[in-house]
Design a binder for this molecule. Structure first.
Ligand SMILES: [Zn+2]
Length: 359
């Protein structure tokens, strides 16, 4: 995610704050100003938000460090006004592991709440009225305890891909398998997301954001799981294109432009006697035109470091890699020589055909 400020690393995981987080702090300051609060009260309110988000970071670390036990790394944790997002490389596919990873986040908030409950004196002698209206030094930690309890309860809502929804999917997956479990959890997640948005219009605009986040998250994760299921057991060879246009490293930019206009290709493999030496994208070509480099060989502007797949590799692996890297295509090799190319469009066509055949 762009526009994020790095706060440093914990256990190799980057902690980032998205710039929109500033809007949240600004909104808090604005609300306090409208109430006519003095500087100290405003700073305390901002300090409270920061303390809440410190708990959110610990929650996300709970997910990330549990995933690490199963060999899954987390690149970063991003803080958004609506909460934190731990970018795990992937979710564990074993239901038991997903269950543990999903539970670990809220479990951290349970521990924080318990610790606060243990150290704080009982509330019996406190004035009940107005106690929770403003943040004060006297109620700061009580409010933090309260927020942690709310976080646990909110995450218990089975709105996939929120934590509760992941727990639900994992539990369903024990009985129904991952594909069917995801379908059910994602449908329920989308239903609840619509409900969040609806409630959000009346009570809290943050719920609208969370609803949108859940809705599209559920949709895309469901699609990916269904797609990967279609690809199971198939090799890259079955999903690759063998009819494609290549360039020679000595071809000029002008030659490449001709091929770009004549055919349907947007990206080219640069090949020399069956060996892949680079790739060239349409935008690289257009850039060369802008730089008035029409006569130079494509070898000078192509990408030299190219990841390749083997015809025997799993098709699901190529699909996942294409989704992750957003690379337009990958060359496919057989015995070290160029045998085809693979891209997302072609794999999607493969999926379409497979799904049409199975219905
Ligand atoms: Zn969580």
């Amino acid at each position: 995610m762009k526009w994020s400020l790095s706060l440093g690393r914990v256990a190799g995981i980057r902690i980032l704050v998205h710039w929109t987080f500033v809007l949240l702090l600004g909104w808090v300051a604005f609300t306090e100003a409208q109430r006519g609060s003095d500087l100290n009260t405003t700073l305390l309110a901002i300090g409270f938000i920061l303390a809440v988000f410190f708990c959110v970071v610990l929650h996300e670390l709970g997910h990330a460090l549990t995933a690490k036990r199963y060999g899954i790394n987390t690149k970063m944790i991003t803080l958004l006004p609506i909460g934190g997002v731990a970018s795990l490389e992937k979710m564990p596919e074993k239901p038991k592991q997903e269950l543990m990873v999903a539970l670990a986040g809220p479990a951290v908030n349970v521990v924080i709440a318990l610790l606060l409950w243990l150290i704080l004196p009982s509330l019996q002698n406190m004035p009940a009225e107005d106690f929770f209206m403003h943040i004060t030094p006297a109620n700061f930690l009580y409010m933090l305890l309260f927020v942690n309890v709310v976080l646990v309860l909110f995450n218990a809502i089975p709105a996939f891909p929120m934590d509760g929804g992941r727990v639900l999917r994992a539990l369903l997956a024990f009985k129904l398998g991952r594909v069917r479990a995801t379908q059910i959890a994602a449908n329920l997640g989308q239903l609840l997301a619509i409900f969040f948005v609806f409630i959000g219009f009346f009570y809290n605009p943050f719920l609208i954001l969370i609803g949108a986040f859940v809705y599209f998250g559920a949709y895309s994760e469901n699609i990916v799981v269904q797609h990967l299921d279609f690809l199971r057991g198939h090799t890259v060879r079955e999903g690759m294109m063998t009819n494609f246009v290549t360039l020679a490293p000595t071809d000029t930019v002008r030659d490449a432009l001709d091929k770009l206009l004549m055919g349907a290709e947007h990206e080219f493999i640069v090949e020399e006697e069956g060996q892949v030496v680079g790739t060239l994208t349409r935008s690289q070509l257009i850039q060369a035109v802008k730089n008035e480099q029409m006569q130079i060989p494509v070898a000078q502007i192509m990408t030299v470091e190219v990841k390749t797949f083997n015809v025997h590799d799993r098709l699901s692996e190529a699909y996942t890699e294409l989704q992750k890297s957003r690379a337009p295509l990958y060359p496919v090799l057989e015995n070290g020589r160029l045998a085809g190319v693979i891209n997302t469009d072609n794999i999607n066509e493969f999926i379409m055909i497979k799904s049409a055949l199975t219905h």
